[in-house]
Design a protein. Structure first.
Length: 322
C-alpha cells in the first residue's frame, strides 16, 4: 500500500473521529426544605456538563472537574446513570454525533451553595405530574388525562388507539390503576410523544397541541433528569443512598420527609419507623432538638456499618397507596 493511500485512510479516520463528541452530564440532587432539587446552570434549563477531554484521567474526574468549574460545587457521591447516543437526538442541525454519558450525583443541604451562575430548582417544576404527596395533582386529571386521550384517539388505526390509551393508563394510573412512582421516564416519554412539552416542538411542522404547564430544558436534559429521578426512586428502596442527602444528624421525621420528597408519595409513619429500626439503619446520638416545634425530637445518625453488613438488601419502603 502506497503512502498516499495510507494518508487517505488516516484522513478519513480523523474526519470520523471529529464527527463524534463525548459529553459528560451531571444530574446533581439535593433536598432543600422537603423539596428535591436539581442543580442547573444558565437560565435554569441546563445541567452542568462538558466534553470529555484527553487530559481527563477518567470519566468521573472529567465530570467532577466540569461541575466544580461551572458551579463551584464539588461532588461527593456519584454513579453512572445512562449513556445517550440516539442519532440526531440533540438536533438535526448538528453535524456531529453526540454521545452523552450522564451521572447521578447526591449532595447534602449544607453543601448546596455554589457559584451565582448556578441554582437549585425543584424537580417538580419540570415534572409537576410527579408530586403525589398531597394526592393526585390537578395537572394529571384536568390537563394530562384529556389531552392524552385526545392524542390516543387521534389515529385511525384501532390497535394503535388501544395501545396508546393503555400506555397512558399504565403510566399515569388512569382507570383506577396503581400509580407507580418509578415510571418517571415512561411518563415523560409519553407526554413528549404526544407533543405536550416544549422540547417536542423541535423539528415538527404541524401545529403542536397546547403544552402542559412545566419548565423545559435544553436539548434532552429533561429526559436525563427523568431518567435520574426514576433511578433514584428505585434505588432508595434497596440501598441507603438517601443518607447521602441527609445532614450528619437528623430526626426520623426529617428522614421520612426526605424519602417522601424523592418518591413523590407519602409514607406510613409507623411502618416507616418500624422498618428503620428493624434494618438498624440509624443510631441515636443521645441528643435532641426542639426545632420541630413540639416535644424534643431525638437526633439520629446513619449507621455506616450497615454497608458492610448488607442488611438492607430487599428493603421495600412502606409507601402510602391511593
Amino acid at each position: 500500500m502506497d503512502d498516499q493511500a495510507i494518508g487517505t485512510r488516516k484522513d478519513r479516520a480523523a474526519v470520523k473521529a471529529d464527527e463524534v463528541k463525548v459529553d459528560l452530564i451531571a444530574f446533581v440532587v439535593a433536598v432543600n426544605d422537603s423539596e428535591p432539587c436539581v442543580l442547573t446552570i444558565g437560565q435554569a434549563d441546563t445541567l452542568p456538563s462538558g466534553p470529555f477531554a484527553l487530559e481527563h484521567r477518567s470519566l468521573q474526574s472529567g465530570l467532577r472537574g466540569w461541575v466544580e468549574q461551572q458551579t463551584g460545587h464539588p461532588l461527593g457521591y456519584i454513579e453512572q446513570l445512562y449513556t445517550f447516543a440516539d442519532r440526531d437526538r440533540i438536533g438535526a442541525e448538528r453535524q456531529q454525533r453526540v454521545i452523552s454519558i450522564s451521572y447521578l450525583a447526591l449532595t447534602r443541604k449544607e453543601q448546596a451553595a455554589g457559584s451565582p451562575k448556578c441554582g437549585w430548582q425543584s424537580w417538580y417544576e419540570y415534572f409537576p405530574w410527579e408530586d403525589h404527596r398531597a394526592g393526585t395533582p390537578p395537572v394529571v386529571l384536568d390537563i394530562l388525562r384529556p389531552r392524552l386521550i385526545e392524542w390516543a384517539d387521534g389515529v385511525s388505526d384501532a390497535a394503535t388507539r388501544h395501545e396508546r390509551r393503555q400506555r397512558a393508563a399504565i403510566a399515569f394510573g388512569f382507570d383506577d390503576r396503581h400509580w407507580n412512582e418509578e415510571l418517571t421516564l415512561q411518563r415523560y416519554e409519553l407526554v413528549y410523544e404526544a407533543g405536550l412539552v416544549q422540547e417536542a416542538e423541535s423539528g415538527r411542522d404541524a401545529t403542536p397541541p397546547p403544552l402542559v404547564p412545566s419548565k423545559s430544558m435544553v436539548a434532552d436534559h429533561r429526559r436525563i433528569v427523568a431518567t435520574g429521578i426514576a433511578r433514584l426512586r428505585s434505588k432508595i428502596k434497596y440501598r441507603p443512598v438517601v443518607f447521602e442527602l441527609m445532614p450528619s444528624v437528623f430526626t426520623l421525621l426529617q428522614l421520612q420527609r426526605t424519602v417522601e420528597a424523592l418518591a413523590g408519595r407519602l409514607i406510613h409513619k409507623p411502618n416507616f419507623r418500624r422498618l428503620i429500626e428493624q434494618q438498624e439503619l440509624v443510631e441515636e446520638t443521645g441528643d435532641a432538638t426542639t426545632e420541630t416545634g413540639g416535644r424534643p425530637a431525638k437526633l439520629y445518625r446513619f449507621r455506616h456499618a450497615v454497608l458492610d453488613e448488607r442488611v438492607i438488601a430487599g428493603t421495600k419502603l412502606p409507601l402510602a397507596r391511593g
